[in-house]
Every structure is written in C-alpha cells, then in structure tokens.
Design a protein around this ligand. Sequence first.
Ligand code: ATP
Length: 368
Amino acid sequence: MENGARKLSDEYEVTTILGRGGFSIVRKGIKKSKSDIEDGEKEVAIKTLKRVSGGGGGGALGMARFPNRNHGMITDALLANEIMVMKRVVEEVSPHCNVIQLHDVCEDATGVHLVLELCSGGELFDRIVSQERYSEAEAAKVVQQIASGLAALHRANVIHRDLKPENCLFLSKSKDSPLKIMDFGLSSVEEFTDPVVGLFGSIDYVSPEALSQQKITSKSDMWALGVILYILLSGYPPFSAQSHLQKQQMIMNGNFSFYDKTWKKISSSAKDLISSLLNVDPQKRPTADEILKHPWVIGDSATERQIDPEIVTRLQSFNARRKFRAAAIASMYTCTVFLRTKKLKNLVGSYDLNQDELQNLRNHFKTL
Ligand code: ATP
C-alpha cells in the first residue's frame, strides 16, 4: 500500500456506484496495471471520502453521532482517523479472511480514496433472507466469522465501534464466501471515551457503556454481536421502543426478553450465548476468542433444523424497513428543495420517521 498525491484515474478505471454512505461514495474500480494487486483482484471498491478542511462540524447533521462531520463531508480529523485505523488493520491484521482489506490510498482535491477489496456478495441480512434453508447452524457460522474478524481486530487493539449487519458484506456470491467486517470510520486504535450515539443511524447496536458515555472497549463490539445474533434468530431487535429515549433506557438496563413464542424453538445454548453478550456489565461479556470456543458457535449445540419461516419473513421486513429508512434519510439530506416544499410532519408517515428523527431534520433545516 502506498500513500501520496497520485491521481486516482491514472491507476484505476472507475465504474459503477456500489453504494453511498453518509459521508462517502463507493464505486467499483478496475486496476489498470496488475503490478501490486494479485491476479483476480483487479476489481476493487473505491470509497471516496469528501473532505471539508478546517475541521469543526456544527451543523445539525454533525451534532451527535459525528461531532466533526458536516453536511455530507468529513473533517481532516475523522478522515485521518479512518486512514489510521485502516493502516493499523493492514499492518497488524491483514490479510484476515473476515476483515476487509485496504489495497491502496489515493488523495486528490475531491478527497481521499480508499481502495478496498471488492465485496460483491451483498449484505449479511440480504443473503440470510434470500436463502432457501436457514438454520441455527447457519446463524452460528455467521457469528463464528464475525467473532473471528473481531478477535483479530481486538488483538491489534482496534475497536470497531460501529458493528452492525450493514457493515458485514460477503466477499462473493458463492455459498462459501467469507463474510467481511468493514467500515472503520468510527473505529479507534486506543480505547475511547467518546460516545457513539446514533442520531439518524439506529442505536440498535450501541452498547450501554457507549450510551452512558463510559469507556468503550472491545467488549462494546461484543454487545453489538449479541444484538446481531438476537435479530438473526428472531427477526426483530432485542430493544425496541417508540422513541430513542425509551430505547436508550431499555439498552442501559439490559431490558430484553426471550418471552415471545419465537424463542421456544430456539436452543437454550443460543439463548445463553445471547444473554452473555447482552450483559450490561462489559467485563462479564465474553471476548471474541471465547466466543470462538462456545459450543453453539463451534457447532456442537446449534441445530441444523430449519428456522421457522415466520422468523425469516420478519427478518425480511426488518431489513427492508431499515433500508428504506436509511435511503430516505440519506436522500432527504441531499434533497433540500423537495423538503422545503413538503411539510416535514408529512414525512413521519411517509417515511416512518420517529419524533426524534423529525426533530433532527428540523434542526438541520434551521442551519441551511
Ligand atoms: P457511513 O460511512 O456513513 O457509516 P456506510 O457504512 O453505509 O455509511 P460506506 O462504508 O461508505 O458507508 O458504504 C456505503 C455502501 O457502499 C455500503 O452500504 C455498501 O453497500 C457499499 N460498499 C462499501 N464498501 C464496499 C466494498 N468494499 N465492496 C462493495 N461494496 C461496498
């Protein structure tokens, strides 16, 4: 991997858009020369982070979750953080089959381009809901892969801090494709005390210690893994409430249950694992290495019996709703004219926004 002021277009043919993040655009690229990328890896993903010089956010968008991010652009400090973390990953972790690889970094006037391994297998939940068969054993394989990636990151003292299903992509469409952990935009190399509180993004995966602004450690990633596992086996999140505030309280109290009839059919070993990961006390949560030895994860107690199709249907609608809301919110920020002509309160119904999200949008428009 090299650094420096090189022109992206000299080295890569940039093609289709693969996706957009709050502060980035990700496009497919083809390496023009084969020199430093292995055969078969000519196709890459190029994540471009638009820079705003001078630091200091302050717009409503940057308010809570990204204190220095502002109106779809990223400050030098956050940019430097993402690159620093990715370099650490390259030096200490890569290549690891469950962690995205960074091939290159290019910088120009538009921003910084991270040249990443291309993941063409889709997001975690998209694949689960499209599978014909889905069993606890399949869910255990997912947990094993995420835990394996996390174990490598944690050994290198990297805390992901934003682990969620959208940040887990399959490398290819093949059935045995590895699952890759990605998006290190909020990760840290040292232990952090900054809160990572979702403003528009969901707080579904945020740990109690992050919400109460206590020290964030590798155990915060283990909490997020517990939430992912709960959703994988039930089709709904462990903490759900009408407002962010209520949800925050439920998370901070570790107030979840296995009461629903769904859980009667799930093995007690899986439920024990979830309970240990969703322990409010981070010290009592298992480490990623411990998870890799858990009987359910290694396949001793995870059953091959098909999971109730009702759960898959629920997971499908949870996934679709999440995608719709994410796309709606992203487009609203870039679609000021539309919003100025449409009453904000109508958006509650049309986009299924909650009151907190609506208020944040109002604040955003006051700053424009
Ligand atoms: P944010 O950075 O605001 O948290 P995000 O995590 O959604 O948002 P990105 O990491 O920039 O943003 O990714 C945006 C989208 O681009 C993803 O949802 C994914 O679909 C796609 N994407 C990102 N990285 C890759 C990759 N290496 N291969 C294929 N697609 C990718």
